[in-house]
Write a protein that binds this ligand. Sequence first.
Ligand SMILES: NC(=O)c1ccc[n+]([C@@H]2O[C@H](COP(=O)([O-])OP(=O)(O)OC[C@H]3O[C@@H](n4cnc5c(N)ncnc54)[C@H](OP(=O)(O)O)[C@@H]3O)[C@@H](O)[C@H]2O)c1
Length: 230
Amino acid sequence: MFKETLLLTIAVLGGTGKEGKGLAFRWARAGYRVLIGSRSSEKAVTTASEIMELLEGSSSVVGTTNQDAAEQANIVVLTVPYSAHRATLESVKDALKGKLLVDVTVPLMPPKLSKVQMPPAGSAAQEAKEIVGEDVEVAAAFQNVSHEHLLDEEEIECDVLVTGTSKKARADVLKLVEAAGLTGWDAGPIENSVVVEGLASVLININRLYGSKHAGIKITGVPTQSAESA
Ligand SMILES: NC(=O)c1ccc[n+]([C@@H]2O[C@H](COP(=O)([O-])OP(=O)(O)OC[C@H]3O[C@@H](n4cnc5c(N)ncnc54)[C@H](OP(=O)(O)O)[C@@H]3O)[C@@H](O)[C@H]2O)c1
């Protein structure tokens, strides 16, 4: 789907929020051009400036609307609450044709955040695939990575399980995982996203019971390998 990683533009829809801002920061730090998408271009411009300040101006981060970000980007990452998932995708779906959508959404349904509650499609990522249609590759990733340390240098003790509609889509997202300074694993077809999204509620439950803020997961027993050889 893409070859020249450093020339790629990544749109982060809902990039003004906790998770999206942190991921945007990490990809900008790795040399990608990043577009922060928002319902409000003013809000997006503010977030983009904050990220540029953290990076001391050496990278390219631009704030704009979700629609404009989706149109300009090669890869579109969705980081909005589940309550806004469908409406956001419907609003940008024409701009996604021929592109890769990376869904970070966890289908949390307040108030029971620590209980797994999947939508009828099976998972948020499968629902996204139903909404955007055949012309869009969909992958799901980062659902288990807390935003807590995305904006700082502290090591994040959480692997990233990547599911997606094709091996190529998963391989492309594994490159983004690596660029974000994390270890990723090809976790198989998009149907497997139900497990990964469900794990987020398990981690929320552990955080609540054990007084932590960023419980994570690690795959053990397998030698770390590159995305290419997986
Ligand atoms: N936070 C975490 O640690 C974490 C970890 C893993 C996965 N996730 C998942 O990542 C997604 C984003 O989480 P978050 O904590 O970053 O969320 P958030 O900060 O609450 O919201 C992210 C952005 O979504 C947009 N948004 C909020 N309500 C909306 C609505 N009703 N309609 C349209 N857009 C709306 C807002 O952007 P604008 O106002 O600028 O449009 C907001 O800045 C969620 O699905 C979450 O489950 C989060």
